[in-house]
Design a protein around this ligand. Sequence first.
Ligand code: GLA
Length: 411
Amino acid sequence: MKKLLFTLLLSATTILGFSQGNVYKLGTGKFEGLAMTPPMGWNSWNTFETKIDEKLVKETADIMVASGMAAAGYNYIVLDDGWMTKERDTDGNLVPDPIKFPSGMKALVDYVHAKGLKFGLYNCAGTHTCAGYPGTRGYEYQDARFYANLNIDFLKYDWCNTEGINAKEAYTTMSNALKTAGKPIVFSLCEWGDNKPWDWGKPVGNLWRISGDIYPCFDCEYKHPGNWSSWGVMKIVEMRKDIRKFSGPDHWNDFDMMEVGNGMTIAEDRTHFAMWCMMASPLIAGNDFRKMSKETLAILTNKELIAVNQDKLGIQGFKLSAEDGLEVWVKPISDGNWAITFLNRTDVSKKINFDWKKNPIKDADFGYEADFNKVIFKIKDLWENKEAGTTKKNFTADIASHDVITLKLIK
Ligand code: GLA
């Protein structure tokens, strides 16, 4: 009987929490359905690191709308590390830096919302963020209430200074804290893939990083002092190409914020963008919108490529073949159609002569198939935005070094 009473009491307290005399509902699990297609937006880190302020955010929001980025689907403005003061206040609350954000964070959130956009912030599961600001460890419920009161829409939650803690539990605690605070917030796990978030992240968050930090190079490893590396775009694509079955609507493999417009060649930027679209990665721009070239804008707002990324099936693409540095990547999309990307990884231009009939597609993870002996597809070139024949004939084209050709095969 005693045991029964204890069990009843325990299950009641998991539903109801008691705090300062109030009774409130403890939530569990992420907010479902907030990211049915990969989130799109902008994050401050890749270009600005901790040199962020309200002027930058307002200008970025203004350009996001005026440039056509918002109309193309980009809607989250996410402030990464460096938005706080180095200490919490005497009540333990986080403090937005009053020098960087003199009008206050709430006013900035309201400004971004008034533009029809959404607002995100960053913190860390550890004692401190990666840049040394107060981390959330031990303050999960308090910080979640702080974010809910600010009315933010997105939280990126990092993994620095977490020695000795369990990743699944740390992220679950924060997820539950957000749910309990009650404001729907996209929860972005930034755990770098060390503890395989794809194995446990689906009920916890809406997206999870799968690698260490990106670096604006095509295929390099950039070694930092202290035994950690940042990764070129192809390194990230290769690193996690085999975990596609864990990604899907509302639980995305996140290939990191983009470096389009941050120093690679136009061909490399096009490849970077095409591959993020093919992999159904979140599309979070990381460039300075105030200095964005028209080429960068054209890449980031390519509607056809974005439609591949945002396709409602939400399936991450895979490598169909590779020969002499010429790779073929495919992604099943709605209505029996496919996206297909030819990618030249070599330093010289190449000729493509692709015989569809000899290259049937079989998606072992999701069961989609295309046999070009049985079905003829119409072809659309998504970069040129024009019809390109059918799969009856071989596809022939020249492809420059580090460049891509992306086609849509239409049933
Ligand atoms: C980590 C993350 C980055 C960025 C920085 C901020 O390295 O992976 O994306 O958030 O921290 O310090």
